[in-house]
Design a binder for this molecule. Structure first.
Ligand SMILES: *Cc1c(COP(=O)(O)O)cnc(C)c1O
Length: 353
C-alpha cells in the first residue's frame, strides 16, 4: 500500500494466474495449456510477418482475422470482436455490457477472473451455487438480473451444459445479455455460436490459447449481434486501439485456417483425457465428467493439497484451489500420453505410501 495509490487500486483483489515455473523438465499440468505446439502453419505465418513492416502499426480492426473467424464459424465478420486474449475481451464485456443497475449472475464455482473484473469495474454480482454434482443448473438463474455469464464447459469443473438448455435460458431471459465463455468448447462441447443469429442478447467468447495452442500469442474473440459488438468496439477504442499486434494477427489467421492440425490435436487431447480418467478412477479417484482439456478429481482417502505437494516434489505440477466446496479436488491439465502416464505412476506411489 502506498499513499500514491488511487482508491480504486487500494480496493482491488487481482487475479492470481497459475504458476509459470522457470524450471526445465517439469511435467506442467497446471494451467490448461495444450501439450502440442501451435500449427506449423501459424508459426510459419508469424515468421513471415517478422520484418520491416513491424515499424508500422497493425490494422487496428484486425479485419483479416475477423474475416477468418467469420468464415470458420459461418457468420459475418461484423459479428466478431477480437482482443488481446479472451481475458481482455471479457474485461471489455464487463465494462461495456455487464455493468448494469441489477446484479449479474455467475456460478459460485467458476472462472475466478469474473469477480476480479467486477471489482475493477464496480459491477454488482450474485453467485449461484452449483448443484451437488457440480453441474450448472440454469433454472436457478431465472430471476431479475443485469446479465449472466458462465464458462461452458465450466472451469475448473469441466462440466458441460447442453446447448438445448442454453437456448431455453435465452428464451426465458430476453432482457439481459447472456455471455458464454467457451474457452474449452473444442474439447467436447458444442458451440453456442450457432444461436447468435437468433438471439440478439447472446455473446459467445472463445480463445486461441487452449485448443489452438497459442496461449503465448494472446488472441481471443467474441461473437454476437452487431449491437453487442459495437459496445465492445467502443470500449476497445477508448482503451487501446491496437490490441493485436502484426504477429498475433498473422499467426491467429493461419491457426484458424489450419483445420486439419486443429482437428488432429483436439482429438489427441480428448483420447488422452479418456484414458487418464480411466486410470485415475482405477486409483480410486472420483472424476467429474469433463468436456475440457483438464479433469477435476478428488480422492476420498487422500488430502488434495498434500497430494499436490507430493506431486510437486516429483516435478509434476497440478492446480489446487483452496476454496470452499472444492478444496479436496485437483485440477489436472491433459498433457501428452507420456506426461499423463508419469502423473498416474507418481500418484500410484503417493497413494500407496
Ligand atoms: C483460459 C481461460 C480464459 C482466458 O484465456 P486467454 O484467451 O488466454 O486470456 C478465459 N476463460 C476461461 C474460462 C479460461 O479458462
Amino acid at each position: 500500500m502506498s499513499r500514491f495509490w488511487s482508491d480504486v487500486v487500494k480496493g482491488l483483489t487481482p487475479y492470481v494466474p497459475g504458476e509459470q515455473p522457470k524450471l526445465a523438465n517439469l511435467v506442467k499440468l497446471n494451467t490448461n495449456e495444450n501439450p502440442y505446439g501451435p500449427s506449423p502453419r501459424a508459426l510459419e505465418a508469424i515468421r513471415a510477418a517478422t520484418g520491416e513492416s513491424l515499424k508500422l502499426y497493425p490494422d487496428p480492426n484486425a479485419e483479416q482475422l475477423k474475416a477468418a473467424i467469420g468464415k470458420y464459424h459461418g457468420i459475418g465478420a461484423q459479428n466478431v470482436f477480437v482482443g488481446n486474449g479472451s481475458d481482455e475481451v471479457l474485461a471489455h464485456i464487463f465494462l461495456g455490457l455487464l455493468k448494469q443497475s441489477r446484479p449479474i449472475l455467475f456460478p459460485d464455482i467458476s472462472y475466478s477472473f469474473y469477480p476480479v473484473y467486477c471489482g475493477l469495474y464496480q459491477v454488482d454480482f450474485e453467485t449461484i451455487p452449483l448443484a451437488n454434482d457440480f453441474s450448472i443448473r440454469l433454472g436457478d438463474y431465472a430471476k431479475p438480473n443485469g446479465g449472466i455469464i458462465f464458462p461452458n464447459p465450466n472451469a475448473p469443473t469441466g462440466c458441460l451444459v447442453p446447448l438445448v438448455e442454453i437456448e431455453r435460458l435465452l428464451q426465458s431471459n430476453p432482457d439481459s445479455v447472456v455471455v458464454i465463455d467457451e474457452a474449452y468448447v473444442d474439447f467436447g462441447g458444442e458451440s453456442a455460436i450457432s444461436l447468435t443469429a437468433r438471439y440478439p442478447n447472446l455473446l459467445v467468447v472463445q480463445t486461441l490459447s487452449k485448443s489452438r495452442s497459442l496461449a503465448g500469442l494472446r488472441v481471443g474473440f467474441a461473437v454476437g449481434h452487431v449491437d453487442l459488438i459495437e459496445a465492445l468496439e467502443r470500449v476497445k477504442n477508448s482503451f487501446n486501439s491496437y490490441p493485436l499486434d502484426r504477429l498475433a494477427i498473422a499467426g491467429a489467421v493461419a491457426a484458424i485456417e489450419d483445420r486439419e492440425y486443429f482437428d488432429k490435436t483436439c482429438k489427441a487431447v480428448i483420447a488422452t483425457r479418456e484414458k487418464l480418467v480411466g486410470d485415475l478412477k482405477a486409483l480410486g479417484f472420483e472424476v467429474l465428467p469433463s468436456a475440457a482439456n483438464f479433469i477435476f478429481a478428488r480422492h476420498p482417502q487422500h488430502d488434495a493439497q498434500e497430494s499436490a505437494l507430493a506431486l510437486r516434489r516429483r516435478s509434476i505440477i497440478v492446480r489446487h484451489f483452496k476454496l470452499p466446496r472444492i478444496e479436496q479436488f485437483l485440477r489436472i491439465t491433459v498433457g501428452t500420453d507420456e506426461q499423463c502416464d508419469a502423473l498416474v505412476a507418481a500418484l500410484k506411489e503417493i497413494l500407496g505410501a
